[in-house]
Design a protein around this ligand. Structure first.
Ligand code: SAM
Ligand code: DTB
Ligand code: SF4
Length: 319
């Protein structure tokens, strides 16, 4: 069943108590445990990216102070993954600042993935555009999820990114799907888009067939040196509404309260969990910018009485 932008707009326009009730119903129906998934990020290849994404500190063309580095070695990645596992993380997400990986990059990343997987963590990678043959290699290496965000509605995309087309993103998502890897796909809120454009992004995500298993909702982190450095973002309640609508329109997905949590109060984060968010990025760093301290996150979840997701991996956990 497809969802129209108008239907999403109508959800945005609901009184907050009605919107939250609809979201809470879907949340309870599909996730009766009410647990929160913890996903830890690691930038395995930082900076020097040829793309021009207006929000991104890793684009080579902007002066953001992020230095270009080479792909990390397996041992260093494994050390970070082991730490994440010890801290209770469920999923290890590896990010690379590439437009698209080359054959030799895929070989190296495949090796990294199989070793991280062997630690008993779910694996996720975000490496830019992906050809089908590369997706297949990653799938065979044990990749559980591929993150590739649509980021905005199609009609806003060109205002933020000119070095690729929206259709390129959709093609990669299709290539990933076809190899059996689960899709992690969401967007960024607060880049200067209208509510109508936010609604359009949510409708596009919900109408992917099937919709993504993981939906990261990022709030823009304005980074000095990027074209969006002075962008004001959205009111916190608009962000909460967006999370609630993601829950209603993609009821079985893990909706992740993603980048931008450092700018959100504990109370707004709590409202996001009540609106149906059931995943967070967990660890002191996102890719290049900060994230709340993991001890503070555990304290917040504890204060709210929220359980964290139990690891169900078939692999033996690290001692
Ligand atoms: N290069 C790959 C790509 O673009 O798909 C993977 C890495 S890229 C950094 C992954 C995602 O990070 C982007 O799609 C975007 O959603 C998010 N992101 C990057 N910079 C951000 C920022 N300043 N604020 C919020 N989200 C951001
Ligand atoms: C996603 O949706 N958000 C993450 C992850 N997927 C790769 C990245 C956020 C990056 C924020 C800016 C930075 O730390 O560089
Ligand atoms: Fe490169 Fe990804 Fe950053 Fe865009 S978002 S500049 S593709 S690392």
């Amino acid at each position: 069943m497809t969802i129209s932008t108008t239907e999403v707009i109508n959800l945005y326009d609901l009184p907050i108590n009605e919107l939250m009730r609809l979201a809470a119903n879907e949340h309870y129906k599909n996730f009766p445990e009410g647990d929160v998934e913890l996903a830890t990020l690691l930038s395995i290849k930082t900076g020097g990216c040829p793309e021009d994404c207006g929000y991104c500190p890793q684009a080579a063309r902007y002066n953001t102070g992020v230095k270009a580095e080479k792909l990390m070695g397996v041992e260093d990645v494994l050390a970070a993954a082991t730490q994440a596992k010890k801290a209770g993380s469920n999923r290890f997400c590896m990010g690379a600042a590439w437009r698209e990986p080359k054959d030799r990059d895929i070989e190296k990343v495949a090796k990294i993935i199989s070793e991280v997987k062997a630690l008993g963590l779910e694996t996720c990678a975000t490496l830019g555009m992906l050809e089908k043959k590369h997706a297949k290699t990653l799938s065979e290496a044990g990749l559980d999820f591929y993150n590739h965000n649509l980021d905005s509605s199609e009609d806003f995309y060109g205002q933020v990114i000119t070095t690729r087309q929206y259709q390129d993103r959709l093609n990669t998502i299709e290539n990933v799907r076809e190899t059996g890897i689960s899709v992690c796909c969401g967007g960024i809120i607060g880049m200067g888009e209208s509510r109508h454009q936010r609604a359009k992004l949510l409708a596009t995500l919900a109408n992917l067939a099937p919709y993504p298993e993981s939906v990261p909702i990022n709030h823009l982190v304005p980074v000095e040196g990027t074209p969006l450095e002075n962008q004001k973002g959205v009111e916190p309640m608009e962000f909460v509404r967006t999370i609630a609508i993601a829950r209603i329109t993609m009821p079985k997905a893990r909706v992740r309260l993603s980048a931008g949590r450092k700018q959100l109060s504990k109370e707004v984060q709590a409202m996001c969990f009540m609106a149906g968010a059931n995943s967070i990025f967990y660890g002191d760093k996102l890719l290049t910018t900060g994230n709340p301290d993991y001890k503070d996150d555990l304290a917040l979840l504890n204060e709210l009485g929220l359980k964290t997701k139990v690891v169900t991996s078939r692999h033996s956990p690290v001692q």
